[in-house]
Design a protein around this ligand. Structure first.
Ligand SMILES: Nc1ncnc2c1ncn2[C@@H]1O[C@H](COP(=O)(O)OC(=O)CCCC[C@@H]2CCSS2)[C@@H](O)[C@H]1O
Length: 345
């Protein structure tokens, strides 16, 4: 058994498994998140671990979020940026190679929502960046958010993971995250939008390597361990069946879209030939109801709209943009309605 010494900076109780630091060389969000989940579930419950990684451009939503309410999906498709749903709760964030993520794993008994962010913030203070932790456990610099946090607790284990905007493309970040759609009512968790900045505005030299080094040093000191970083490649990750299976699940439609909490959306439009208001209900990202709430369309057109709505039931909500391709509408009015729906859904 290893005993950690008691100083003001170290934990003051015994653990049997020494703390460790891992750095991933993969920039694939699915591998990194699958590996993170493996560390969470498969390492000893009493072990403290720090994992650092960064991802190629992607949007990462929280476990209980609605992508249609959080993201500019047409821009996401245009830029061919993947949408990733993580296993922890909380809001939607943008990642690219200018953003480095940390994850602190610990026994549930020593979990504290603030401590991890404080550790990272103090590592940044040592790099002359005047960060602090706010009441939401975000790390901020002169009131601008530079890091967001999310948490997961299962049985005897917990983790706190967070982003760090070092030199991210903030134009992409802002363009991909969008304001809520007021007519979309969802049971899920909404993001809390903030003004963000890169740390490079305070320290022009800062980058992935210096951030990793500063946090790892600070962590080793706090855990009273030698500074030793275990570097992990995608090959190492692939060798673990749990990680490969987990990655496959993270990539699946059922996880990315199908986990979307139930929602309804009200859509109205005034066409040259009459008005139409509908309510669409979706569960597990499938269309489960299509109700016409109000209409001044002719009864012939209305019954075609109702037939179209019935045909959509059971389809994926995200297949709405294919409506125009699939529709064999011969009537101009129906064609306009289909075009409108494919844009607004
Ligand atoms: N990369 C990044 N870092 C900090 N803040 C961001 C980022 N991207 C977007 N935002 C801002 O945060 C809000 C959402 O804040 P909100 O507080 O709702 O959500 C979060 O912060 C979640 C953090 C998840 C961290 C995980 C760690 C590893 S995998 S992802 C968004 O609307 C933007 O204004």
């Amino acid at each position: 058994m290893q005993w950690h010494s008691c100083t003001s900076q170290t934990r003051s109780y015994a653990t049997s498994t020494p703390a460790r630091i891992f750095l991933s060389h993969s920039t694939n969000p699915y591998w990194n998140l699958a590996y993170e989940d493996w560390l969470f579930r498969k390492t000893p419950a009493d072990q403290h671990i720090l994992l650092l990684y960064r991802n190629a451009p992607c949007i990462v939503i929280g476990r209980n979020q609605n992508p249609w309410n959080e993201i500019n999906l047409s821009r996401l498709r245009q830029l061919r940026i993947p949408l990733v749903r993580r296993r922890s709760g909380g809001g939607t964030v943008y990642h690219d190679l200018g953003n480095t993520n940390y994850c602190l794993f610990m026994p549930r008994a020593s979990f504290d929502r603030r401590q991890g962010a404080e550790l990272v913030s103090s590592a940044l203070n040592a790099l002359d960046v005047p960060t602090r932790v706010n009441e939401r456990h975000d790390i901020v610099c002169e009131s601008f958010k530079v890091s967001g946090s999310a948490f997961k607790l299962i049985n005897a284990r917990a983790y706190h993971h967070g982003t760090m905007l070092l030199r991210s493309d903030l134009t992409s970040l802002r363009g991909l995250l969008k304001a809520e759609r007021p007519s979309l009512k969802t049971k899920g968790v909404g993001s809390v939008s903030s003004s963000v900045r890169n740390l490079s505005e305070w320290n022009a030299e800062i980058g992935h390597e210096s951030f990793v080094r500063a946090v790892a040093e600070r962590y080793a000191k706090a855990e009273d361990i030698e500074l030793a970083i275990t570097e992990i490649t995608e090959q190492d990750m692939m060798a673990e069946e749990f990680v490969s299976d987990n990655r496959a699940e993270l990539l699946s439609w059922a996880w990315v879209w199908g986990q979307t909490p139930e929602f309804t959306i009200d859509l109205s439009h005034q066409f040259d030939f009459g008005s139409l208001s509908i309510r669409i209900t979706s569960k597990h990202a499938l269309i489960t109801a299509f109700d016409v709430e109000q209409s001044t369309l002719s009864s012939a057109i209305l019954s075609q709209v109702e037939a179209l709505g019935q045909a959509m039931i059971g389809n994926r909500y995200d297949s709405a943009s294919d409506l125009t391709k699939e529709s064999h509408a011969t009537n101009d009015q129906i064609r306009s309605i289909v075009q409108w729906l494919s844009k607004v859904m």
